[in-house]
Design a binder for this molecule. Structure first.
Ligand SMILES: Cc1ncc(COP(=O)(O)O)c(C=O)c1O
Length: 390
């Protein structure tokens, strides 16, 4: 038998396997495991969105579409972004087969082998591994954990954003910490990036899952940037519209980049499925109430989980401002990967190890709270059992 273990390119062989997956793979076959390890809601996509996809299939929409997405969806997204942030046109919108695909395509468009890219961490591991696939040099810049939660050392970040930096990736509200950047810090970073010609890639996947203001909308670089800024905002239908399995996302790009992005979409996936795009258009046009309800539900779930976690001995949990995760330090999780594997084995509780999100996440675990109170409460009981706490 040939041994192909060395067949993949060096850059690919050197990729880290997701340690969230490593824990999940060990327990996914067991149906007695209560899983909170992935970032996904425990409810199916709202019915009116599913109906739109079924209707499109019934109408025979089984064909390729435009690379950048069907005009109806691009226009709906442009209207949505213009209402939330600033005026954009459908020429600025690229529809992709997921937020992940949007991140990969914008990276392919902008980042060359050897380029220095900076990523604020802890963060969803894909953001750090993805530039490595293209041979880029990711440099991580860690947030700091304080009694008031995770914080950004702004001047430290500016120092790291040297003039030879090609791009900076900022995910806010952040997975896993819930840290959300404020508008003044965004302004400072934007001006710095303008000065040095650094591309800003904003991962806005959780912008509608923000709990720090009445609108439930996090500050966005789109609010303050000009159309000619080197800014790409990446977004997804996965979280706010509860559409993880549909694989539909988009990005807002300067018009000058749209053509390159269309070419790259052609050579990656060619287009997102037409009937999925129709469902996306319905989600945009009629989904505001569902998005707001989901935000309210997530805020309640956050309060419930954090309140029950903070009373446990050895737990240090801050209240996340956004996203859908509690990211808490646990005295017994100094080796978070081993601890999470053991949690699965001993009490059937599935959490994600903090180290998966960066070295500074070691000692922490992530719990996705997009679940009912009953499930969260049952999970807490299992954690107590594992910690021998009654
Ligand atoms: C920070 C962040 N960005 C982007 C995504 C991409 O989501 P999707 O590929 O499902 O659109 C995720 C998914 O978990 C995420 O956590």
């Amino acid at each position: 038998m040939p041994n192909f273990s060395l067949a993949a390119r060096d850059a690919v062989r050197q990729l880290n396997i997701s340690r969230i997956r490593e824990v999940a793979n060990a327990g996914m076959q067991r149906n007695d495991v209560m899983a909170f390890w992935f970032g996904e809601p425990d409810q199916v996509t709202p019915d009116f969105i599913r109906r739109a996809a079924v209707d499109a299939l019934d109408a025979g929409e089984t064909f390729y579409t435009e690379n950048l997405g069907i005009p109806q969806l691009r226009e709906a997204i442009a209207r949505y972004v213009s209402e939330l942030h600033r005026e954009v046109s459908s020429q600025n919108i690229a529809v992709t087969n997921s937020g992940m695909s949007a991140l990969m395509i914008v990276t392919q468009a902008l980042v060359s082998p050897g380029d220095r890219v900076v990523i604020v961490t802890p963060v969803w591991p894909n953001l750090v591994e993805m530039p490595r696939i293209l041979g880029a040099q990711p440099v991580t810049f860690p947030l700091t954990f304080t009694a008031a939660g995770w914080q950004l050392d702004l001047s430290g970040l500016l120092d790291v954003l040297s003039p030879d930096t090609r791009a900076v990736y900022i995910n806010s509200p952040n997975n896993p910490t819930g840290w959300t950047i404020d508008a003044e810090s965004q302004q400072t970073i934007l001006e710095h990036c303008r000065r040095h010609g650094i591309w800003l890639i904003a991962d806005d996947a959780y912008e509608r899952l923000f709990f720090g203001n009445d609108e439930g909308l996090a500050p966005s670089f789109l609010d303050i940037a000009d159309p000619q800024d080197r800014l790409v905002s990446v977004n997804t239908f996965s979280k706010a519209w509860q559409m993880t399995g549909w694989r539909l996302g988009w990005m807002v790009v300067p018009e000058e980049l749209a053509c390159a992005v269309a070419t790259l979409i052609e050579y990656n996936t060619s287009c997102a499925p037409g009937f999925v795009q129709r469902a996306g258009a319905t989600a945009m046009q009629a989904g505001e109430a569902a998005v707001k309800d989901f935000n309210v539900r997530m805020k309640r779930a956050r309060d419930f989980l954090v309140q029950h976690l903070t009373v446990l001995p050895g737990v240090e949990a801050s209240q996340p401002d956004g996203a859908m995760y509690a990211f808490f330090r646990l005295a017994k999780a100094s080796d978070s990967l081993a601890f999470c594997k053991q949690l699965v084995d001993s009490v059937g509780l599935g959490l994600a190890p903090g180290v998966a999100f960066g070295a500074e996440g070691e000692g922490f675990v992530r719990w996705c709270f997009a679940a009912s109170e009953a499930r969260l409460a049952a999970g807490i009981e299992r954690l107590k059992e594992a910690l021998n706490y009654e």
